[in-house]
Design a protein around this ligand. Structure first.
Ligand SMILES: Nc1nc2c(c(=O)[nH]1)N[C@H]1C(S)=C(S)[C@@H](COP(=O)(O)OP(=O)(O)OC[C@H]3O[C@@H](n4cnc5c(N)ncnc54)[C@H](O)[C@@H]3O)O[C@H]1N2
Ligand code: MOO
Length: 406
C-alpha cells in the first residue's frame, strides 16, 4: 500500500499554479500575494509623539529647568509647528508630529498643568528621545515588506494598507466544491430521525479551505447511484479546481464513489494509503478538469486527511510561480516532543490529534483522548496532529515527531 510520503508526492505533482488577478485589499484576506510590496515612506514617516503630554528641549530640562510655559498645542493630523523659545514646551498628542526644536516628551501623568504652565514632577532621563517613535525606526522607505508567496493574514493586510496598496496582485482563489454523501445525513436545520445525523464534515472542510484562501461551495448528494452520478457529473463540469468528497470511498455497498469517478473519466491516482485514520483515501484527476479528493467519511479521518493532503495542495496551486517558498504554519510540520508514551501496533502511519504547548524545552505535544475516527468531539481542543511512522510500535515520551498545525 502507498506510504503517506508517496501519496502526498502524487497529490502535489498535480498542483498547477492558478492565474493571477488584482483585487481590492479587503478581498485579498488569506490569499497569496503575487507581487512585492515596498515601503513607500519610512515607518513611521515622521518623528511621532508616542504619549500624550508635553514636548520639551532635553537640554533645557537636563539643565535644571522644571517649569515650562506652553507655546501651543500640537494635535495628531495637524501640520507641525515648531517650538520657538527653547525654554518653553508644546502640548502634544499621541500621533502628532514632534515639533521641531523639541526632542523629549513628558507624559501628562508626570507633570502638573496649571495656567498654561507645566511643572515636571520627575527627574530628567539620561538622554533625549523619550516617548518618541522616531522616523524610520521600524522600516525605511524602499524596504521590501511583503514578498510574493506571502499569505495575506491580518498583519500583512495592515502593512499593505499603510503603504497604500488599495488593490493587490494575488493568485486567484482556488475554487473548491465540498460534497457530502450519504443518506444518513440531513441538513443542520433539520431535526434528525433516530437513524440520521446532521452533516458536519462539510462545515469543517469549508472552514479549513477558506482559511487556506479558497472559495468554497457546499453540496450534498444521496447514496443512490443514479442521483450520485447526475450530481457528480454536474459538479465535475462546473469549473472547480478541486472537488472534495467526504464519505462513500470505503468497501460498503453504498460506497459507489471510486467506481463512479472512473466512469466519469476521473482517473484514479491512488486509492488507500498506509495510514490511520484515513486509510480509504481516494485521489484522482480529470484531464482538463478538477482534481478529486475522496476523503474517508469518518469525521476525524475527513478532517485529518483534509489537513494533511488537501490544504497543502491548495497552498501549492495558490503559490505564484517563482515565489520563494514561504510556507504557512499548516504547510510544513514542526518538530514536537511527545509528552507520554504511545503504543500503536498496526504497521500504519498514525496521525494523533494533540494539544501543543510551547515551553522552555520546546514544543510539547500531548495526545487528546480521541475515541476513534468517528469521535468528532474528540477533536475539540486539538491544535495539531502528530505524524508517527508505521514503525516502531512504541513511541516513547521525549521522542520528537513532526506536528502539523490545525
Ligand atoms: N469493511 C471495511 N469497512 C470499512 C473500512 C475498511 O477498510 N473495510 N474502512 C473504515 C474506515 S478506516 C473508514 S474512515 C470508513 C470510511 O468510509 P467511507 O469513506 O465510505 O465513509 P461513509 O461510510 O460514507 O461514512 C463513514 C462514517 O462517517 C459519517 N459521515 C460521512 N459523511 C459525513 C458528514 N458529512 N458529516 C458527518 N458524518 C459523516 C457516516 O455517517 C459514517 O458514520 O469506513 C470504514 N469501514
Ligand atoms: O480512516 Mo478510518 O479513519 O481509520 O476510520
Amino acid at each position: 500500500m502507498l506510504s503517506v510520503a508517496e501519496a502526498f508526492a502524487r497529490v502535489l505533482a498535480t498542483a498547477r499554479p492558478l492565474p493571477l488577478e488584482t483585487v481590492p485589499l479587503p478581498q485579498a484576506a488569506s490569499r497569496m500575494l503575487a507581487e512585492t510590496l515596498t515601503a513607500d515612506r519610512d515607518f513611521p514617516p515622521f518623528n511621532r509623539v508616542a504619549m500624550d503630554g508635553i514636548a520639551v528641549r532635553f537640554a533645557t530640562w537636563a539643565g535644571g529647568q522644571t517649569a515650562f510655559d506652553i507655546e501651543h498645542t500640537q494635535y495628531a493630523g495637524a501640520p507641525p509647528r515648531p517650538l520657538l523659545n527653547p525654554q518653553n514646551a508644546v502640548e502634544v498628542m499621541t500621533g502628532a508630529v514632534l515639533p521641531a526644536g523639541t526632542d523629549t516628551v513628558v507624559r501628562y501623568e508626570d507633570i502638573l498643568l496649571a495656567d498654561n504652565r507645566a511643572t515636571v514632577q520627575i527627574p530628567p532621563p539620561e538622554a533625549p528621545g523619550v516617548n518618541i517613535h522616531h522616523q524610520a525606526a521600524d522600516r525605511r522607505a524602499g524596504d521590501a515588506l511583503l514578498r510574493p508567496g506571502t499569505r495575506l493574514g491580518p498583519a500583512e493586510l495592515a502593512v499593505a494598507a499603510t503603504v497604500g496598496a488599495a488593490e493587490v496582485r494575488v493568485t486567484r482563489a482556488a475554487r473548491v466544491a465540498v460534497v457530502s454523501t450519504g443518506d444518513e445525513l440531513v441538513s443542520i436545520r433539520e431535526t434528525p430521525l433516530p437513524h440520521q445525523i446532521r452533516r458536519s464534515n462539510v462545515y469543517a472542510l469549508q472552514a479549513l479551505f477558506a482559511q487556506a484562501g479558497a472559495e468554497v461551495s457546499q453540496f450534498h448528494l444521496p447514496d443512490s447511484l443514479d442521483e450520485l452520478r447526475a450530481g457528480l457529473t454536474e459538479i465535475l463540469g462546473a469549473g472547480f479546481d478541486a472537488v472534495v468528497l467526504s464519505g462513500a470511498v470505503s468497501k460498503g455497498r453504498a460506497d459507489h464513489l471510486p467506481g463512479l469517478l472512473r466512469e466519469l473519466h476521473v482517473a484514479e491516482i491512488f486509492h488507500e494509503v498506509n495510514q490511520r485514520p484515513g486509510k480509504p483515501l481516494w485521489f484522482g484527476a480529470r484531464a482538463g478538469g478538477p482534481v478529486v479528493f475522496g476523503l474517508p467519511g469518518n469525521p476525524v479521518s475527513t478532517f485529518i486527511t483534509a489537513c494533511r493532503y488537501v490544504r497543502p495542495w491548495l497552498s501549492a496551486v495558490q503559490r505564484p510561480v517563482g515565489a520563494a517558498d514561504a510556507p504557512a504554519a499548516f504547510e510544513a510540520p514542526l518538530p514536537a516532543v511527545l509528552t507520554v508514551d504511545i503504543y500503536f501496533k498496526p504497521q500504519l502511519a498514525h496521525f494523533v490529534p494533540v494539544r501543543l504547548a510551547v515551553d522552555a524545552e520546546g514544543r510539547r505535544a500531548t495526545p487528546l483522548r480521541v475515541g476513534g475516527s468517528g469521535d468528532l468531539a474528540g477533536l475539540l481542543g486539538a491544535t495539531a496532529f502528530l505524524e508517527l511512522p508505521p514503525e516502531p510500535a512504541v513511541f516513547a515520551a521525549g521522542s520528537v515527531w513532526p506536528a502539523w498545525a490545525l
